[in-house]
Each structure stands twice: as structure tokens, then as C-alpha cells.
Design a protein around this ligand. Structure first.
Ligand SMILES: CC(C)(COP(=O)(O)OP(=O)(O)OC[C@H]1O[C@@H](n2cnc3c(N)ncnc32)[C@H](O)[C@@H]1OP(=O)(O)O)[C@@H](O)C(=O)NCCC(=O)NCCS
Length: 312
């Protein structure tokens, strides 16, 4: 362990290359995805921005990392770095959303990465403690980590498994249902602040709202034709915001994201299925709590546990 202390500070967009380097250091083998869907070993220098992204998201390339940080800050997200002697060695990203119980005002940790050569030096623990203190300062009811890659690490900080979430496949269309639909504007999170996310809650409501807004990801030519449908849907006078995003790995299939008012108990699924068929999608994927899926849903192989710490 190094004797020089490290400091924790808010990240800035200019940290993008250093933050990218932290994340990249944890990639054991770089790969290139071929047209047949197979992935072959590759060298980082030989990969373009899109291929780098496929290895682990926006942090895999300095430019896409900068774009990601810009969007994160514009949306009110928080990124902190730990640095020693002016060198960034670890990063954490956090979003505070307001949702109905059981999450309430919640801070979600989406990523926590320590440079591979500096694991085990207390950096992860320090960032985690800082994040929890920040959640207290924001008067959050809960602190969550979804898709925890290091569940035992989070358990040491008091987080426990709250629920299991599963991505289900559903047929589109089927059945008559009365509803109306109109375009959903591209607007900041305030439009749905306080609403629940019964479908598509991969991180938390703020994070997933921002991730599905137009321009959230770089304009890679490979993704240019992917459809993004955003609509208000109204069923029995209850309104919800629906986003259908075409899956890059399954053309024609829509991933659904649904934001509903806290008091709403309306079942929006028949309307979602009908709209998906109307827009020409051939299949629907809904990520929901494992205990709330519809009868004809078929589980896919994507699942994760949500870890939660109650703060008040
Ligand atoms: C997991 C991670 C963030 C921990 O940070 P770190 O700086 O290496 O951890 P610390 O030095 O603060 O370790 C604190 C303690 O947690 C333990 N720990 C570290 N990683 C752990 C893991 N994956 N599972 C369980 N315990 C872990 C350490 O052994 C240490 O225990 P000790 O206090 O008894 O010695 C870091 O190893 C990392 O970036 N890993 C790769 C990416 C990842 O998995 N991120 C989390 C998912 S988003």
C-alpha cells in the first residue's frame, strides 16, 4: 500500500481520458465483434470507437467517455474520482431519483471502478463511504446498486438483496384494448420525477430516463437505423410515458421502458403490446421484477439482483 494519501473530488469532463483508463485497465481481453455475432481477440489500438464501446460501454474510449460525462452532468448525475499525486485511480457514478416506495428518494451507484493496478488499497472503500455520506446529505431514503459485479463488497457496506429482476420476452399485438397515444417530448427527468418504473428499471428512474433520451449514446453509424419510439399512453384516464428502443442485438425487437405515476395501478401492458405491433416491432422485451411478470412472458438469460441499503 502506498503511504501517499489520495483525495476524492467531483469529476470534470476533462477527466475523461483518465477515467477511461481506469475502466479499460479492468478489461482482461479486448475483442472485436464480427458480422456473424462472434467475438475474436483483438488489440485495443486496432479497435475503433464503436468496437471499443462493445467491450464495456462509454468508458472504453476517451471521446465516448467525455460525451457520457457531459450528458451525466447535464442530467444532474454525480461522478467522483479518487486521485493520488494528481493521477485518477478510481471513479464512481451516482444518480439521485425520486420514486414511490420501496425506493423513495434513492441514490443509485451505477459504476464503481478502481484501476486494476491499485485494487486492494482502500480506494473502493473510500469512494463507497463518500457515496453513502452523499446519499445521507441528499436525504435519500435508500441507496442501491443494481447488477452488482462485486456483491460481497457491497454487503460489507450494509447493502442487502432487495429483489430479483428478469428480462422477459413477450409477443406483440393480441387483443382489443382502448387507449390513446401521443408523442412524448424529449425533456429532462422532471417530467416524470416521482413516478415509478415498473418496466425497464435497469438502474434507477433518473438514470434510465436519461439513457433512453435521444442523443444519449454517440451517433455510431452501426446504430443509426435503430428505432426509438417515445409516447404518452393513456389507459382508463391514467397516463404513462412509454419508450420502445430497438435492440441492437435483436433487430425488430423493442426493449420497453415504462414510467407511471405513483398512484397508478393500471395495467398498461396490453396497450404496450398493441403499440409495439403498430410500430412494426416483431417482439417485445420487458425487464421487470421477477415476481410481477405476465403469464405468457418467457424469461431470457438476462437477470440481476438489486442490492439496497435503507437510510431512513
Ligand atoms: C470491487 C472494487 C471496486 C473494490 O475496490 P478496492 O479499492 O479494490 O477495494 P478496497 O481496497 O477498498 O477493499 C476493501 C475490502 O473489500 C474487499 N474486496 C475488494 N473487492 C472485493 C470483491 N470483489 N468482493 C468482496 N470483497 C472485496 C477487499 O478484500 C478489502 O477487504 P479487507 O478490508 O478485509 O482487506 C475494485 O476491486 C474494482 O474496481 N473491481 C473491478 C470492478 C468491479 O467489480 N466493480 C464493482 C462493480 S460496479
Amino acid at each position: 500500500m502506498s503511504a501517499t494519501p489520495f483525495i476524492i473530488r467531483p469529476a470534470v469532463v476533462g477527466d475523461a481520458p483518465a477515467i477511461g483508463a481506469v475502466h479499460c485497465s479492468n478489461v482482461k481481453q479486448w475483442r472485436r465483434w464480427e458480422a456473424d455475432g462472434g467475438a475474436r481477440p483483438a488489440r485495443y489500438a486496432d479497435l475503433g470507437p464503436y468496437q471499443r464501446w462493445l467491450n464495456g460501454g462509454p468508458w472504453m474510449d476517451a471521446d465516448s467517455c467525455a460525451h457520457h460525462l457531459q450528458r451525466l452532468f447535464a442530467a444532474g448525475g454525480i461522478a467522483l474520482v479518487a486521485e493520488r499525486r494528481g493521477r485518477v485511480l478510481a471513479e464512481v457514478e451516482l444518480h439521485v431519483a425520486e420514486e414511490p416506495p420501496p425506493y423513495g428518494r434513492n441514490m443509485n451507484l451505477a459504476v464503481l471502478y478502481v484501476h486494476r493496478n491499485h485494487h486492494g488499497h482502500g480506494l473502493g472503500t473510500a469512494l463507497m463511504r463518500h457515496a453513502l455520506a452523499l446519499a445521507e446529505a441528499h436525504q435519500c431514503h435508500t441507496f442501491t446498486v443494481a447488477h452488482a459485479e462485486a456483491p460481497n463488497f457491497y454487503a460489507r457496506h450494509g447493502l442487502r438483496k432487495e429483489s430479483q429482476w428478469v428480462r422477459y420476452r413477450l409477443p406483440v399485438g393480441g387483443g382489443k384494448i382502448k387507449y390513446s397515444a401521443e408523442p412524448l417530448p424529449d425533456a429532462p427527468y422532471d417530467l416524470v420525477r416521482g413516478w415509478a418504473m415498473p418496466i425497464g428499471r435497469y438502474q434507477n428512474a433518473l438514470h434510465d430516463w436519461e439513457r433512453t433520451r435521444p442523443g444519449a449514446v454517440p451517433d455510431f453509424v452501426e446504430w443509426r437505423g435503430l428505432r426509438l419510439e417515445r409516447h404518452w399512453i393513456t389507459v382508463s384516464r391514467h397516463r404513462a410515458a412509454l419508450i420502445l428502443e430497438e435492440s441492437p442485438s435483436a433487430p425488430g425487437v423493442a426493449n420497453a421502458f415504462l414510467f407511471t405515476p405513483a398512484h397508478s395501478t393500471t395495467d398498461f401492458l396490453p396497450a404496450i403490446r398493441d403499440l409495439a405491433a403498430l410500430f412494426g416491432f416483431t417482439g417485445l422485451r420487458c425487464f421487470t421484477r421477477a415476481d410481477t411478470h405476465p403469464p405468457d412472458a418467457v424469461a431470457t438469460d438476462y437477470t440481476h439482483k438489486l442490492f439496497l441499503k435503507r437510510l431512513r
